[in-house]
Design a protein around this ligand. Structure first.
Ligand code: F6R
Length: 261
């Protein structure tokens, strides 16, 4: 796992967007795995800027989102369909037929989940999966104790997640209790993982993910087993890392890193 400690949220967003742009420049028909939530908003803004000003092309791209609330229709302003449309899809040239977001309103959830998994395979697998991390260490909606081999399915949200996400709704009572989410096993099959985290409330989860045991109590800890996982965090989110100085040292010793005077 490569831990990159950035000076600001803006730097996290730009570094993550650059990873995606570099991929699209070498593989224009890449398959992107995308996340919602507040963390990737800056990265999406940067990708939109790159599309509008630098001609970054999404015309051959396919996307798969991690998750969706069960019961919310795509036009609900808190659905992840709506979020993605407003913050990314409507600003870039990705063909609508190449966009996949789990359905929160499928009548047969089990069949839908099986279809979603198969669709990822049929599209050649995910090249880069973008991830945030919950304050309880979840990736997608794989709450503590979710199997590290899990596949796309319905999960019951943890109380902590409902409280954390209540900020987007009028009250905690309005946050859906169930979500349809890619599993940890599904995520781990992506060829590259980019996890973004900022702010102090993520510091413990980030430390558990990077330096804790690999265990279901912090599903993000599965990233330790991935051959190509990058973690972009700010100083606040890095606050509880024991090996923080080492991660910074590594970055200064990388070929091409700016040399200090
Ligand atoms: C969203 C998702 C979640 C979020 C996590 C952090 O698609 O899968 O795991 O990444 O809950 O959310 P924010 O970024 O709002 O702190």
């Amino acid at each position: 796992m490569e831990v990159v400690i950035c000076r600001s949220y803006d730097e996290i967003s730009k570094a993550a967007a650059k990873e995606i742009a570099d991929l699209l420049n070498t593989k224009p028909d890449a398959v992107l795995g995308l996340a919602t939530g507040s963390t990737p908003l800056g990265m999406y803004k940067e990708l939109v800027r790159m599309h509008k000003h630098d001609g970054l092309d999404f015309s051959q791209v396919t996307t798969f989102n991690l998750d969706e609330y069960v019961g919310l229709s795509p036009d609900h302003d808190q659905s992840y369909h709506y979020f993605m449309h407003e913050n990314l899809f409507k600003h870039i040239n990705v063909p609508p037929q190449n966009i996949h977001v789990p359905s929160g309103t499928a009548k047969n959830h089990k069949a839908f989940c099986a279809w979603y998994e198969q669709r990822i395979k049929d599209c050649g697998g995910i090249d880069v999966q973008v991830l945030g991390i919950g304050s309880d260490g979840h990736i997608a909606f794989n709450e503590p104790t979710s199997s590290l081999g899990s596949r796309t399915r319905i999960k019951t949200l943890a109380k902590q997640t409902i409280e954390d996400n209540a900020r987007f709704f009028k009250s905690a009572g309005e946050v859906p209790i169930y979500a349809i989410t890619m599993g940890v096993g599904t995520i781990m099959e992506a060829r590259k993982l980019l996890l973004l985290a900022n702010k102090k409330n993520k510091a413990k989860a980030v430390a558990d993910m990077v330096e804790g045991p690999v265990c279901t109590m912090c599903t993000a800890s599965a990233l330790q087993l991935h051959p190509d996982a990058m973690v972009f965090i700010d100083e606040d989110a890095a606050g509880e890392l024991k090996m923080k100085d080492y991660y910074k040292w590594i970055q200064t010793k990388k070929p091409g890193a700016p040399k200090s005077a």
